[in-house]
Structures are given as C-alpha cells and as structure tokens.
Design a protein around this ligand. Sequence first.
Ligand code: O2Y
Ligand code: MN
Length: 593
Amino acid sequence: MRFTHVRLNEWVKKMAEMCGPDRVVWVDGSEEEKIRLEKEAFATGELLQLNQKKMPGCVYHRTAPNDVARTEHLTYICTSRKADAGPTNNWMPPKTAYAKARTIFKNAMKGRTMYVIPFSMGPVGSPFSKIGVELTDSIYVVLNMRIMTTIGTPVLKKLGDEGSFTKCLHSKADLDINRRLILHFPEDNTIWSVGSGYGGNVLLGKKCLSLRIASYLGSQEGWMAEHMLIMGVEKPNGHIVYLAAAFPSACGKTNLAMLVPPKGLAKKGYKIWTVGDDIAWMRIDTDGGLWAINPETGFFGVAPGTNSKTNPNAVITSRTNTIFTNVLLKPDKTVWWEGGDGPIPSRGTDWRGRPWKPGLTDENGEIIKGAHPNSRFTAPIGQCPTASFRLQHHHGVPISAIIFGGRRAHVAPLVYESFNWQHGVYVGATMASERTAAQYGAEGEVRRDPMAMLPFCGYNMGDYFRHWLKMGRTMDKPPKIFNVNWFRTDNDGKFLWPGYGENLRVLEWIADRCENTAEAHKTPIGYIPTNRSLDLTGLKLPNGNLEKLLAIDKDVWEKEMNAHEEFFATFGKSLPAELKHELNSQRARFKKA
Ligand code: O2Y
Ligand code: MN
C-alpha cells in the first residue's frame, strides 16, 4: 500500500521526530501481523500466551499497579476559552497543554517501535463513521484496537489522499503517574495521551475519540455521541424495537446489553439483539427519526462479577480471541476473577504478578484480591451469541426509546416515561447514582452524572444540554425517553426487583409504550406502568413489592428536586432555560397532586 496522504505522512514524521522511536511501523490489520506482534510481545513479556487448548487465541496482560483505571484528574479538555470546556471538565489552554506534554513525549519512544494505527470508528464508509490514526509505542494497544475498532489497510484506503482524521498520539513513556496526561484538543481534532498503558487512557478510539472529541464534533455537525448501550428487543411478532440506554458505572450496562430473557418471556418469543454495550453515535435519518450505530467492534468489559449467571453471553464471547488484563492467572494458564465461574483457585498469580492464594491479607488486614476490581476482557462483539445482524449496517438501527438509569435506593420508581423530549432531557440531565459499598467514597453518596456523560463530554455541558434540546426539535419522530431503576430497596436495604434477565419485563413495557400498546398512569414525574401492564408471567415477586417499586414519595422527591436546583446552579448562565422550566413544572405538578 502506498501512503499518499501528505498531511498524514507529515504528521507521522513530525510526531516521530518528537518521540524518537527506533522505527515506525504502519499497521495493516492482517492476521499475519497479529501473529507477529503477539510473538514479539510474548518474547518481551508484554503479553503472556494463555492455555491455547482451553482458551484458543487468548492472551494475558498486566499493567503497572499505578495504572489500572482511567485517571479523570489527569484528563483535560484543552480549548482556547475555558468557558468552552465548561464547569465539569478539567481545562488547560492548548498552548500550555502541548508544551507540558511535549517535554514528556520528547524521546519517550527511544528503543521502541512507533506503530501507526489507522482506525475507523463505525463501519468503513458509513456516513456515521469517523477515522482516526493512533500512534503508539504499545503492542498491547495495537492488539486491543484491533478488537475494538476496524484497523489497517481498508481504513487507509478510505482515507485516500486527503480524508480528515483525528490525530491520536500515545506513548507509555515511563508510566509515571506524575508525568501522565490525557489531553483533548477538540479545536484541532487531536488527542495526546502520555504516561499510561491502560484502557480508556490509551485505547484512544474509545472514550477519547468516540465520546469526548465526537460529542464536540456532534454538536458542530448536528448529531449525538452518547455513552449508551444499544440493543434490540425482538417481540413475539418478529418486530425488533431498538433502545439506547445510558447508565453510570456499576449499573450493569454490559449485562443489560446482552441480557438473557427469562423462561416465560423466551417461551413467548422474546429475543435480545446486542448492538453495543458502551457507545452510541446517533443521527437523524431521512425518515426524521433517530438512528444509531455502535462505533466499536468489541467489548472492553469488567471481569469481576461476570459469570454464567450474571452474564452468560459475555462468558461465551470471551472464551476465545480475547485479551485479559489484570485478572488472576491460574497455574494452568487459564484465568479467574472474583465473582467469576468455577471454584476459587487454591493458588495463582495475582494481577500484580505476586503469588496468590485465597484469604491472603495485606498489612492492614484487608483481603488481597486475585484480580483487580477494574480488570478487563477485550473481546470481539461478533463472538457474542446475541450480536445483532445489523452491526455493519451503514445507517445503524432506528431508535424507538432512550433509557436513562441510575442506582437509587428510594427515589426513582422501577420505570417511568417522560412526558416529551424536553422533559426527558431534564430527566437525563438530573441523572444520578448512589455509591455502593464496593466503590471508593462514602456509601450512599449521590453523584450526579448527566446522561452518564460527566467524564466524557468534550465541551461545556450546558451547551451539551442545549444540543440535546435542539436535536429533539429537529426530529419528526423523536424517541420516547424513559428512566429505570433496578436498585430500589425496602427499608431493610433488600432489593425489591430481581434484576438481570427479569429486566426484560421492563424493556417489554417500554417497547410496548413505543408502540402505544401498554397502559400507564400519569404521575408528577411522568407515566408509570399500571399494576397489570407489566408482564410478570412466571415471576414470583413478593407481595407488595410492585407497589413499593412504583411508589413516588412526595417528600423524597421534594428533596431530590432541591438537589436538582443546586446542581443546575453549578452551570450558571450556560444552563438552558428549558431545564429550569421543566424543574418548575414538575414542582407545580407535585403541588397539584
Ligand atoms: O478504566 C478504564 O480505563 C476503562 S473505563 C470503561 C471501559 C469500558 C466501558 N466503559 C468504561 C467507562 O468508564 O465508562
Ligand atoms: Mn463506559
């Protein structure tokens, strides 16, 4: 393949001059290349080959102990004006950011290879898709990008001589957290990431491009980049209703995206189709409706807690051709994690590379985990038993409903439908989740996370809300907007709803509402199911639970709406007036009720 894209060549040359690699290799995406890169990484210890009899095509990787999750405090939006990054983002002026990072990138790739990865987020050639080129000194990154996106020659071909692309530069450098920066330059369509070798910090097509840069591009070009799963609910009559759903972390987004229908509903003919588990790019199509693609081709899923009960489809998906990061390595070169299948191994090597056995404690008497809580599997979406047949469709799938959700013990009912798009935007903008005991921080503390985009919106969130409102006005047939809460508890802290596959009962109601075939009654916060409109066939819900799940407590909501007001105040003048109006209208409805 001849490289005829002058701007691309010049940029690669310039970045190589700064980073000083021993060689530059253009990635073609072929199978031979994958085998060659794996072999090289096995030789250096960057990767370990797993048991090929039990786990064909699977490999193992450990990251530095200080480098195990996205580092939000080191993540910046670098716009000329601070106001354009808004109150929810870290901001640095572009000039300062480039200068700071340049000193870290300088000769950071000495003795290493710089890989040039052309990649397409979305099917190559689709009007939804965007091309990026990531330069990296990590084979682990190349192999992950290979699963998560389409890479190599077909993308370069599509780029041609002058196609536009996001410039993505990454170096592990010395993995020093004090010299780690994740920088986004929306005005330059550029991302620079240095000092990390893990996940969202380095797979630059994922959060950095597909959410932060893409949300900015979407606001300029009239489309939406959202932190949402996409799934199809096939009804017994064969009609598939597509939903997009946003949840903060620790709400089971990946599990929901590939849910297994409970027996009763499966027997009726319900089926699930997985389009994506993390990101949705949505455009208004010629029918005036909203259509979505998943720009990714893989899952970067959390391993702990994933098992044949919580997510059988993820277990099947990650049996082959999967990269495991920071999980426990067993003596037979297979893997395990807390909350995984099978018996707890009697010994192994933990995610830090230390000998491990159950019950080991650290100097504070805390149990040492075999797998890091944020350990991951990177697996191709095509291997998922419920993978949608429309994954490669250039216009994606038509979205009938948008679902917001969070983990709320007492506030939100199991499900409610907003009155209209504008009210739905208010519901999304006030989304929140309560911390679990497993999360860092005070248990029960409420964290606002509008549209689950707080760490991922690449521009001022007030303007982002305004963009949502405008998209609604532009559509002939906007999707209906719902809110769900699988985590409501009784006074003893016991969950009222069984969750997992049973969540399909709620999705069924949502799908039926989209087709105007399910009953609801009006409350001050929106429409909720009538007692008989939720399909509970075969579910033994304890007496009284449904009423508790759907209850709306006026006093609790009074406090909640005060919190909304406080949250809105943090946006100052950038908050669209429509959202304050929705809050006031909701208050008035409660007064009247
Ligand atoms: O910690 C990381 O680097 C990964 S974060 C992540 C990965 C896959 C899907 N979603 C997320 C997230 O933080 O929302
Ligand atoms: Mn995510």
